[in-house]
Design a protein around this ligand. Structure first.
Ligand code: NAD
Ligand code: UDP
Length: 334
């Protein structure tokens, strides 16, 4: 693994991280982060209340005495004894289906949850990294999106509970840096996919894979001409740790600039699964962004980070994982 948890940039003489708190560590991205940290020799405290994640994602780590799981809602203060060098704040519903189902909890995770995580970093004199999102750009009028773009968000639309919570979280992070001197960073993560996404979480990749494997129609919204840029989770977590190990405050885009239409994605999943399932066009959600592609020049210049996994290869790995999961479930139900 090329990621080093030694500090770089102006702080390269500081000690490497020894103990890291990952809020939302039982979720899709957070559990991969826990794995990468533990594999790098760092102690991990995972804080999660299983709102949208599951203990299954970290169960393989539970005999590791460098791993602690704290079942806790981050909208309350996060009481962690001992030293902490780094707080990675990921706790929040992230799939549109989840945040539309949990609007108030999403706003609370982004606001109160971010304050709790920032307070923890302040108390421990730890570096703090906020997992923000490309959704802060809303339905972007600038393409590709650079960090300097302020976004185009409908503050009263259905997606606003997520978009505005993350915009608030970015503002709170910036305020703690200015007022309390907390060493903060913001990463804006673009669509990420990989093993451990929930088959039912409603996002395009798990939906298409689940549907293709079951021989059911792949539900493409609108005419499928809207675009997304998909990044494999291994690249995303490597990017988060690269930013964490530096001293730059961000915001920093993390994503794969390879842009695809949703219809192309559906056809690629059909091809890679060998499925003959048809495509079915269904209604497009309200305020669904039209185009999305990150400009990742800053991540490359500051951290030497860029995605390394070909999306096609990443999709094959993800399909294999989903197929194995479905197989396990079928065996258990027999
Ligand atoms: P996820 O739903 O799989 O994981 C989120 C985790 O946070 C879950 O384990 C959930 O139980 C936990 N959580 C939620 N509210 C909590 C609370 N109040 N207290 C404690 N734990 C709580 O989502 P994900 O895809 O892994 O996303 C993780 C983070 O990355 C989120 O902050 C999300 O906004 C950000 N992000 C993800 C993507 C992506 O494509 N997956 C893109 C942009 C940003
Ligand atoms: N989408 C789709 N079929 C699905 C789920 C999603 O066509 O079964 C579309 C969705 O409308 C959006 C794109 O795929 O245009 C990406 O959606 P996703 O929920 O994965 O991510 P986000 O909207 O957060 O970018």
């Amino acid at each position: 693994m090329s990621t080093s948890l030694r500090r770089h940039g102006p702080d390269s003489n500081r000690a490497p991280f020894r103990r890291v708190v990952v809020t939302g560590g039982c979720g899709f991205v957070g559990s991969h982060l826990c794995d990468l940290l533990l594999d790098s020799g760092v102690d991990v405290v995972c804080v999660d209340n299983f709102l949208t994640g599951t203990e299954d994602n970290v169960v393989h780590r539970q005999l590791d005495d460098r791993f602690e799981l704290m079942v806790h809602d981050v909208t309350d203060a996060i009481p962690i004894p001992g030293e902490v060098d780094l707080v990675l704040h990921l706790a929040s519903p992230a799939s549109p289906q989840d945040y539309l189902r949990l609007p108030v909890q999403t706003l609370r995770a982004g606001s109160l949850g971010t304050f709790s995580a920032l307070e923890l970093a302040r108390e421990k004199k730890a570096r703090f990294v906020l997992a923000s999102t490309s959704e802060v750009y809303g339905d972007p009028l600038e393409h590709p999106q650079r960090e300097s773009y302020w976004g185009n968000v409908n503050p009263v639309g259905p997606r606003s509970v997520y978009d505005e919570a993350k915009r608030f979280a970015e503002a709170a992070t910036t305020a703690y840096r200015a007022e309390h001197g907390v060493d903060t960073a913001i990463v804006r993560i673009f669509n990420t996919f990989g093993p451990r996404m929930r088959a039912e979480d409603g996002r395009a990749v798990p939906n298409f894979i689940r549907q293709a494997l079951a021989g059911e129609p792949l539900t493409v919204t609108g005419d499928g001409s809207q675009t997304r840029s998909l990044c494999y989770v291994g690249d995303t977590v490597r990017g988060i740790l690269a930013v964490a190990a530096g001293s730059h405050p961000g915001p920093v885009n993390l994503g794969n600039p390879a842009e695809t239409t949703v219809l192309e994605l559906a056809h690629l999943v059909r091809e890679l699964t060998g499925s003959a399932a048809p495509v079915e066009f269904v209604d497009r959600p309200v305020d669904d962004p039209e185009r999305r592609r990150p400009d990742i020049a800053l991540a490359w210049e500051q951290f030497g980070w860029k995605p390394e996994t070909d999306p096609r290869k990443g999709l094959s790995t993800t399909i294999d994982w989903f197929a194995a999961q479905l197989n396990d479930t079928a065996v258990r139900e027999r």
